[in-house]
Design a protein around this ligand. Structure first.
Ligand code: GUN
Length: 293
């Protein structure tokens, strides 16, 4: 059966909008999310546009700050310093990836961790890994929310995570093994140097695919009744579309769907949940729920 990330995301945005309306009625300011976007990468443009639209739906103020590809690291660091100091901005993100001449790590560490609603700063990553309240990075948080809302049992389940990125693979593996609900799973992380991926996947009750390799998870890798979470969003050429492309996940959906108990579609699965997790973090930041003012 399909896990409808779009519907869950719409429900949560409506809940957030209600909370914000109440805050405003009490005389508080609207939550304010800022985003820095460098260059014109198609995927990044789309993600940021979705984030700005989600802010409107939630009743947040949003600010988009754009730079061309030739922006210097110095200029970006100055923009970050301004946002750190701007009392009206509750949280902000720098859309990744950045051009190669800029150190993503230096940029991430320049963000005040109290405004790091992406949850990428080492303070927030560290707090997550020891189970403290924090800004959870958006995609892993969205996945956990879906598992929770669909009552998918994770305790003692065998969970295979494909991919070890800092943004998805590592944090989602951490959350799945955490003593929590959802969580408490036995987690295996597979990556480009893993030997015997097919055999490992066949043992899995839950597969979380986050490698960015379209159609990688095939039917012969999936146990009957497994739960599949597809994080892939690769643009593949499609002449029948106006845009000339469509999004393809890391799972061979057509052949895998009938084998599993639950599966997230692409698009409409994890993607909308990622955006909504960012909105949840922005609300937490505005209310100083993680870090007191
Ligand atoms: N690039 C891909 N995913 C993300 C994300 O969640 N946040 C940011 N800032 N950049 C991304």
């Amino acid at each position: 059966m399909l896990i409808d990330g779009k519907k869950v995301a719409d429900d949560i945005k409506a809940e957030i909008a209600q909370t914000v309306a109440q805050m405003v009625a009490e005389g508080k300011k609207r939550p304010h999310l800022a985003a820095i976007l460098v260059g014109h990468d198609g995927g990044s443009e789309t993600y940021v546009a979705h984030k700005v639209k989600a802010c409107e739906q939630c009743g947040f103020t949003s600010t988009l700050i754009r730079y061309e590809d030739d922006v210097t690291e110095e200029e970006l660091l100055e923009a970050i310093a301004r946002l750190n100091a701007d009392a009206d901005v509750d949280g902000f993100i720098v859309q990744l990836p950045l051009p190669r001449h800029i150190s993503e790590q230096r940029i991430i560490e320049a963000i005040d961790y109290r405004k790091d609603v992406d949850g990428f700063h080492p303070v927030n990553v560290g707090r997550m890994s020891i189970g403290l309240p924090t800004f959870l990075s958006a995609t892993p948080a969205g996945i956990m929310e879906l598992l929770q809302r669909y009552d998918i049992p994770t305790r003692g389940a065998r969970c295979v995570v494909l991919g070890r990125s800092n943004i998805v693979g590592k944090p989602v593996a951490t959350l799945m093994m955490q003593k929590n609900q959802p969580g408490d799973a036995t987690v295996t992380v597979c990556h480009s140097a893993t030997v015997g991926i097919k055999e490992i996947c066949r043992e899995a009750d839950i597969i979380i695919a986050a490698l960015g390799s379209p159609g990688f998870v095939t039917a012969d890798m999936v146990k009957d009744g497994a739960v599949i979470v597809d994080v892939g969003t690769t643009r593949v050429p499609d002449a029948s579309r106006k845009s000339g492309f469509r999004l393809r996940g890391d799972v061979d959906f057509e052949n895998v769907e009938s084998k599993c108990s639950w599966i997230t579609p692409v698009p409409g699965g994890v993607g909308p949940m990622t955006i909504v997790s960012l909105m949840k973090n922005t609300l937490l930041a505005a209310r100083h729920d993680i870090y007191p003012a």
